[in-house]
Design a protein around this ligand. Structure first.
Ligand code: 13P
Length: 258
């Protein structure tokens, strides 16, 4: 059975004191033996203090980006080894803000995914369509392109620590979440694509998070869909009580599934 996985993507928010306080409050409520996987992905400069704040709890540390090259002359970039060195368990790759604002291509994202997988760092690979693409009826085509390009050349035995986050761009930061039916349809499509590409075992085992305006009041419904295995939370992950309410919803759905 797939364990529920709730991740907080803090994006370019918080400061050292506020982030540490937020991490402490989350860690206090998530014991090491929690029944769901919980992750926080703070801004890069705060990885170390946040890592200390969550030590010993059930909250894992994640990064929001990485570069695929080994250490060298790449000004401003961060290697995957460096992220592991400061305690990261996962890295979020291919987020729509990086695709759209920072102009990351599927090819670059694929190099990052491959490098993280090779180094044993878990990957949360984000995919999702824009509103124009949804309205134009090309959602599945877009997802297929992002998945096949992002996971190009990867072998089935290499993707055991891979998580896919379905984040429809039109739902990110807009307060307009996908309906549970829309999320389920996209997740089912992603799972069947994974099964075709990597085999049914990988398809059945891979966790697919939903992201895009997940809030305490819609989490249970979204997470209650059979192919939704967790959430990648932006805005609501910046307050301990709203993030923890989503974690609790995941816990309840997970318990009901077992
Ligand atoms: P919001 O939850 O703020 O819509 O952000 C979602 C997201 O982009 C998480 O990666």
């Amino acid at each position: 059975m797939r364990r529920m996985f709730v991740a907080g993507n803090w994006k370019m928010n918080t400061d050292r004191a506020g982030g540490t306080e937020l991490a402490r409050a989350i860690a206090k409520a998530v014991p090491a033996d929690a029944a769901v996987d919980v992750l926080v992905a703070p801004p890069l400069p705060y990885l170390l203090p946040i890592g200390e704040a969550i030590a010993g709890s059930g909250v894992a540390l994640g990064a929001q980006n990485a570069y695929f090259e080994p250490p060298g002359a790449f000004t401003g970039e961060t290697s995957i080894g460096m992220l592991k060195d400061v305690g990261c368990r996962y890295v979020i790759l291919g987020h729509s803000e990086r695709r759209q604002v920072l102009r990351e291509t599927d090819e670059t994202i694929n190099k990052k995914v491959a490098a993280a997988v090779a180094a044993g760092l878990g990957v949360i690979l984000c995919v999702g369509e824009t509103l124009d693409e949804r309205d134009g009826g090309t959602t599945e085509k877009v997802l297929e392109t992002q998945l096949s390009a992002g996971l190009k050349s990867l072998a089935a035995d290499a993707v055991s620590d891979l998580v896919i986050a379905y984040e429809p761009v039109w739902a990110i930061g807009t307060g307009r979440n996908a309906t549970p039916e829309q999320a389920q349809a996209a997740h089912a499509f992603i799972r069947s694509w994974l099964s075709n590409r990597f085999g049914p075992t990988v398809g059945a085992a891979t966790r697919i998070q939903y992201g895009g305006s997940v809030k305490p009041d819609n989490a249970a419904q979204l997470l209650g869909q059979p192919d939704v295995d967790g959430a990648l939370v932006g805005g609501a992950s910046l307050k301990a009580d709203s993030f923890l309410a989503i974690v609790q919803a995941a816990q309840q759905v997970g318990a009901a599934r077992r």
